[in-house]
Design a protein around this ligand. Structure first.
Ligand SMILES: [Fe+2]
Length: 214
């Protein structure tokens, strides 16, 4: 049996690298709300870069861990948060969207929205306002607070992952980095946020709520 640093090195060598998840729809499938050009760049370039840099960072982290090099471990944490967050956030985001999306949620999700925000419209308005108001780059989220059993709306800066930085379980994210909308909407972030509701995959958001409640 391996112990100590040799066990950690063996683990590092066997560790699976993160990979870019495939989309379940074509790059052009969310048009006219999100253009094919944005989707292609966003998925195949931006998300892919987070995945690559996460793998590089984890490799360096494992080496530092194996050597007991705490200074390097600490120095790598911002890169881990940024690239790990970027991978987590985008992986959720693609599944939150669908060419058959839009409309209103059903069942338990709709009941929870009405209970916690008053109405679906009020939730949309609040989440839109919080998301549009993100300063610089970041994300707006609908999340689940496991302690209270309630839905919450939150904003995260940069690629800070919702659960890792707030404890809320992510249900629906809206990416408001300029790479998510600028080619189509230029500086008019509110128009992009308004449009994204037309492609929200409420079935996926509902499934995430069911999983979060377990
Ligand atoms: Fe993005």
């Amino acid at each position: 049996m391996l112990t100590g640093s040799s066990a950690r090195l063996a683990y590092a060598a066997s560790r699976q690298k993160h990979t870019l998840p495939d989309l379940t729809y074509d790059y052009g499938a969310l048009e006219p709300y999100v253009s094919a050009e944005i989707m292609q760049l966003h998925h195949s370039k931006h998300h892919a870069t987070y995945v690559n840099n996460l793998n590089v960072t984890e490799e360096k982290y494992q080496e530092a861990l194996a050597k007991g090099d705490v200074t390097t471990q600490v120095a790598l944490q911002p890169a881990l948060k940024f690239n790990g967050g970027g991978h987590i956030n985008h992986t959720i985001f693609w599944t939150n969207l669908s060419p058959n999306g839009g409309g209103e949620p059903q069942g338990e999700l709709m009941e929870a929205i009405k209970r916690d925000f008053g109405s679906f419209q009020k939730m949309k308005e609040k989440m839109s306002a919080v998301t549009v108001a993100v300063q610089g780059s970041g994300w707006g989220w609908l999340g689940f607070d496991k302690d209270s059993g309630r839905l919450r709306i939150a904003a995260c800066a940069n690629q800070d992952p919702l659960q890792g930085t707030t404890g809320l379980i992510p249900l629906l994210g809206i990416d408001v980095w300029e790479h998510a909308y600028y080619l189509q909407y230029k500086n008019v972030r509110p128009d992009y946020v308004k449009a994204i509701w037309s492609v929200v995959n409420w079935e996926n958001v509902s499934e995430r709520l069911q999983m979060a409640r377990k």
